[in-house]
Design a protein around this ligand. Structure first.
Ligand code: GAR
Length: 214
């Protein structure tokens, strides 16, 4: 049996995507194991949930570091100490520098609550509603130095319904996030999807990509 990829999940808040990844990795046939949950906020709700699941947790408080670089060097040291192979950002609300991103290139993925390249940045649901778009969704992508611009691994879309507000639309998208993120991590951990010279090399069958599209 090949070793499962040792995966760290970086969070800043409640960690519902983290919980979906932990649940998927409970299956021993899943190609990644969750070896660490790390938060930049000591009060992140997800930390307690991860610990209750018997997963190692760490806090690297960005406020306790003089600058972004010192913070990231500490995060990197903790990841290295835990022999991490893949890093999943899951509601991790710190912008990472090119130094960190380059170090983890091809092994660093993120989930973003929009159909990228639409609605990079914050307040994605409110902006989608203001534009009256018919569909909205989420994207898992490799992280590159430009914010929310990395190559897409998986996306899922949902309809925007009459009467939706930010909360109802966010909930509909979140349900898809919890489906798509575990599938995308499995694809990266198994090597079916790779970052090669800035592009996604994809060995998945075409039907599978359609399944992810929802
Ligand atoms: C998720 O909707 C995720 O896509 C988003 O934060 C939420 C975290 O929820 N991420 C970003 O906005 C990143 N820019 P969770 O803590 O319950 O997973």
């Amino acid at each position: 049996m090949t070793a499962r990829a040792r995966t760290a999940i970086l969070i800043s808040g409640r960690g519902s995507n983290m919980t979906a990844l932990i649940a998927a990795a409970k299956d021993t046939a899943y190609p990644a194991e969750i070896a660490l949950v790390l938060s930049n906020r000591p009060d992140a709700g997800g930390l307690q949930r991860a610990a209750a699941d018997g997963i190692a947790t760490a806090v690297v408080d960005h406020k306790a570091h003089p600058d972004r670089e010192a913070f990231e060097r500490e995060v990197d040291a903790v990841l290295t100490a835990h022999r991490i192979d893949i890093v999943c950002l899951a509601g991790f609300m710190r912008i990472l520098t090119p130094w960190f991103i380059t170090r983890w290139e091809g092994r660093l993925i993120n989930i973003h609550p929009s159909l990228l390249p639409d609605y990079k940045g914050l307040h994605t649901h409110a902006r989608a509603l203001a534009d009256r778009v018919p569909r909205h969704g989420c994207t898992v992508h490799f992280v590159v130095p430009e914010l929310d611009a990395g190559p897409t691994i998986a996306q899922a879309s949902v309809p925007v319904l009459p009467g939706d507000d930010e909360a109802t639309l966010a909930a509909r998208v979140l349900e898809q996030e919890h489906r798509v993120y575990p599938a995308a991590l499995a694809d990266v951990a198994s090597g079916r999807v790779r970052l090669v010279e800035g592009q996604v090399a994809d060995d998945r069958p075409a039907e599978y990509a359609r399944f992810l599209a929802g």
